[in-house]
Design a protein around this ligand. Structure first.
Ligand code: ADP
Length: 428
């Protein structure tokens, strides 16, 4: 067992001689780390007793004039809690170049400094040259996700050898700081989730209200008795009510499908199935709509291409993509469905020569209720849930789905699925 009062030297903990100059910026700029830091709401927020109590304890236990909870982003160091002498001229914010704690974030290890004037990492820092800091001990604020946000540190104005016992005490206090930070992160994640849920409820309510209003309007007119029930206008009202009821049923079915897919309650029934069988089934399903719209369907499938997939769900994806391609094609247009093998994947594409999708919408159309044009739902009879359902099905199979398009020339939707081992399977 090591002697707990044995002094610890910089080189023992930082893995050799201190590195000079600037640390590698990769860790400081890591977008995932910065996102967690932003969600923690530690930067720029007011002091909190929960953190101040811990810096007071740190300064008390280690008998140092300074103890701080510092977090570091890609530009500056921010002190969430400062236990400092009353006449301390330092600020709660410091440029990154002056920060001792940036070394803790980069090294992901305790930084132990006996004499800052002799340590290449911090000798030139304004903290050393102007504020007179000499000794420093910083413990990483290491979250359970592996992210280091900053450090709990103590510092003083005289050279000092830090003991293992002191490091252990500071490490325990740093763990308490981390607990506080993780509580805040949990809370902010929960609030974000609630906000998303509220948004979804309001979008869904809006989507349901539109067809309901139309049904209510048609039935109201018929019920008022002001219209001859046999007249063409009355028949039109009934037709509108029926179309909108269909739309409501589609919306609710799609919402239930998506919910079951995303919550994982819908188990995929994977079997070996020939791609040609799925393609034929999907093309048959949209043939009527295509001929009504004057659109020609073409397909090409690599022979013997066999998937390990849920047959009905893959047909659902193909039908959705084909139906969209038909909907957005001009009369006389051609929609092409191709399936081929690429390595261990089956690659599908559905191509049209319709109006296309602007580049900034290519990802967005896979989100719920997102449409390129807000009139698409009404005029094209869509629900805005087709592509999110496709994405969910493809991803559950371990595949990918994306779109490419040139506005005015057409769109191509691509997706991949795993092939059955060897590419020749039983079929179904
Ligand atoms: P919808 O039921 O409205 O078709 P989707 O989720 O399937 O819902 O599609 C979302 C939106 O993406 C459509 O409303 C349309 O704006 C756009 N979109 C989808 N496929 C195409 C396509 N082939 N060409 C042009 N726009 C498309």
């Amino acid at each position: 067992m090591s002697n707990p009062s044995h002094p610890v030297h910089t080189s023992e903990l930082a893995g050799g001689a201190p590195s000079a100059g600037e640390p590698d910026q990769t860790a400081l700029r890591d977008p995932a780390r910065l996102a967690v830091l932003a969600a923690s709401n530690l930067v720029g927020s007011p002091a909190e007793e929960a953190f101040d109590r811990l810096t007071r304890l740190a300064a008390g236990f280690l008998n140092t004039p300074l103890a701080l909870v510092n977090v570091v982003d890609h530009e500056k160091q921010y002190s969430k809690s400062c236990f400092v002498p009353p006449d301390w001229p330092g600020d709660v914010e410091a440029p990154l170049a002056d920060s001792y704690c940036r070394w803790v974030v980069v090294e992901r290890e305790p930084v132990v400094i006996t004499d800052a004037r002799l340590d290449d990492r911090v000798a030139a820092s304004r903290m050393t040259t102007e504020l007179g800091l000499v000794c420093y001990l910083g413990i990483p604020l290491l979250l359970s996700s592996g992210v280091v946000l900053g450090s709990l540190c103590v510092a003083g104005f005289e050279p000092r050898e830090w003991t293992e016992r002191e490091m252990a005490v500071l490490a325990d206090l740093a763990a308490s700081v981390v607990t506080e930070i993780e509580l805040r992160l949990d809370l902010s994640a929960r609030k974000q989730l609630e906000r998303l849920k509220d948004e979804l409820v309001s979008v869904v309510a809006h989507e349901l209200r539109t067809p309901l209003t139309s049904i209510r309007g048609s039935l109201g007119l018929l019920a008022s008795g002001s219209m001859d029930p046999g007249s063409p206008q009355a028949r039109r009202m009934v037709q509108i009510a029926a179309q909108n009821s269909d739309r409501l049923v589609r919306l609710i079915n799609d919402m239930l499908d998506l919910e079951r897919l995303e919550s994982g309650t819908l188990e995929l029934e994977r079997t070996h199935v020939h791609a040609a069988v799925l393609v034929e089934e999907a093309v048959d399903a949209v043939r009527h709509a295509a001929s009504a719209a004057g659109v020609r369907l073409e397909s090409g499938v690599a022979p013997e291409l066999t998937l390990l997939a849920d047959r009905d769900r893959v047909v659902q994806v193909l039908v959705n993509l084909l139906a969209n391609a038909v909907k957005f094609s001009p009369q006389g247009g051609v929609v092409t469905l191709l399936a081929e093998r690429r390595g261990e994947e089956a690659a599908f594409q559905v191509r049209d020569h319709g109006r296309g999708i602007p580049p900034e919408m290519l990802d967005v159309v896979f989100d719920r209720f997102r449409q390129v044009d807000s009139s698409d739902a009404r005029e094209k009879g869509g629900t805005g849930l087709g592509l999110p359902i496709c994405r969910s099905i493809v991803q559950q199979h371990g595949g990918r789905i994306w779109a490419a398009s040139v506005v005015g020339s057409g769109s191509t939707f691509f997706f991949t699925l795993p092939v059955a081992g060897g590419g020749v399977g039983g079929g179904r």
